[in-house]
Design a protein around this ligand. Structure first.
Ligand SMILES: Nc1ncnc2c1ncn2[C@@H]1O[C@H](COP(=O)(O)OP(=O)(O)OP(=O)(O)O)[C@@H](O)[C@H]1O
Ligand SMILES: [Mg+2]
Length: 359
């Protein structure tokens, strides 16, 4: 168990800056998820913390100690990768024991620890098999078991579930969160899947192109994204964005590029008369209303029974998604009039993408 701090941590390969100075404070016992698009630096940052990747500058602090010069093996961390990297010629028991044998743990102690971990992960009946005779989910549990048995201060996971099918992913997601609540270790979990991030994390760090965009609790990121990137990345389906200009004589009115005018919250945002702003509204935060200001031409409808998705285009041709509970009688080609729920509106400065939310 340990707190992890990054202080202006940087990583460059030659002239390529991959991690551009990240400050982060992960509290002891937190489940922290690094999320962001492919290539943004999630794995690199995790490997910098682990010690597998030397850092270019800044500090990595684990449990109050600067570990920049401490080798990976001595940092008290255990890492689980996307490829499970089990030893194919060893049985599950041998795979689980190997790390402890390496540090000369007494045999009886190893056996007891391996049995405990196998029980916790429900792989007791698999201990004599080899990895090739296991399912993907079982292999994943062995890989996690191999990390758990070493009783690390911190667990680092790099997309451990991406090789699994959808159903197994959901199961394993639950198992990893339960593991966290049992062990109470600090965990860092890398994924590009924002649903995994939302459902598993105590805190989410959203990364983009080597920079930290926002760090906070899942619902804080959902409710108060600091910029258009985070707003678009967190939440599924994605937030809709509509560009417009704040009315010169009434800052509570926004003239959209579609030619329509919508009411925007008069307070809570720092919009100035005449400013170019982007209105963000989630697909589930609009209602169909006879006098709704936004006209949507329906292009396709997905009825899932308990909920429905409507995909359409606005008068200027840009697309917009609507997500409604229940079942909706909308036809392709039909024009719906929509009203954004005013308390759910987000406003961003169009030029720099930053939220205009005050306070
Ligand atoms: N040796 C290297 N030299 C130059 N650039 C590198 C090197 N290794 C990685 N990179 C770059 O660093 C960036 C971050 O890579 P990283 O693997 O951390 O991304 P990621 O967020 O984990 O992506 P993914 O979701 O695809 O796994 C990428 O743009 C990658 O091309
Ligand atoms: Mg990666």
């Amino acid at each position: 168990m340990a707190r992890i701090e990054l202080r202006n941590a940087r990583k460059s390969y030659g002239t390529v800056d991959v991690i551009k100075g990240i400050d982060l404070d992960i509290q002891q016992g937190d489940f922290c998820v690094f999320v962001g698009p492919s290539g943004c630096g999630k794995s690199t940052l995790l490997r910098m913390i682990s010690g597998l990747e030397p850092i270019t500058s800044g500090d990595i602090v684990i449990g109050g100690e600067v570990v920049n010069d401490i080798p990976a093996a001595d940092r008290g961390l255990a890492m689980v990768f996307q490829s499970y990297a089990l030893y194919p010629h060893m049985t599950v028991r041998q795979n689980l024991s190997f790390g402890l044998e390496n540090i000369n743990t007494p045999k009886s102690e190893i056996a007891a620890k391996v049995d405990d971990v196998a029980k916790m992960l429900q792989i007791e009946q698999l201990l004599d098999r080899r990895p090739k005779d296991l399912s993907g989910g079982q292999r994943q549990r062995v890989a996690i078991g191999r990390a758990v048995v070493r009783e690390p201060r911190v667990f680092l996971f790099d997309e451990p579930l991406s090789n699994l099918d959808a159903e197994l992913r959901v199961d394993m997601r639950g198992e990893i969160t339960q593991l966290h609540s049992r062990l109470q270790n600090t965990m860092i979990y890398v994924t590009h899947d924002q649903v995994e991030a939302m459902t598993m994390a105590d805190k989410i760090a959203v990364l983009r192109a080597g920079e930290l965009e926002q760090f906070g609790r899942p619902l804080d990121l959902y409710n108060r994204p600091c910029n258009i990137f985070v707003a678009g990345f967190i939440g599924s389906p994605k937030m809709n964005f509509l560009k417009g200009r704040v009315s010169q004589d009434d800052p509570a009115r926004l003239a959209l590029e579609t030619g329509e005018t919508v009411q925007i919250p008069p307070t809570g945002f720092g919009q100035k008369p005449g400013a170019e702003v982007t209105l963000g509204i989630r697909p589930n935060h609009m209602t169909i209303a006879p006098d709704g200001p936004i006209h949507l031409t329906v292009k396709s409808v997905e009825q899932l029974g308990g909920e429905a998705y409507i995909y359409g285009v606005l008068q200027d041709g840009q697309s917009l998604t609507l997500h409604m509970p229940g079942q909706i009688g909308a036809n392709i080609g039909e024009v719906l009039t929509l009203a954004p729920q005013s308390q759910e509106i987000h406003l961003f400065d169009t030029a720099n993408g930053l939220s205009l939310r005050e306070g």
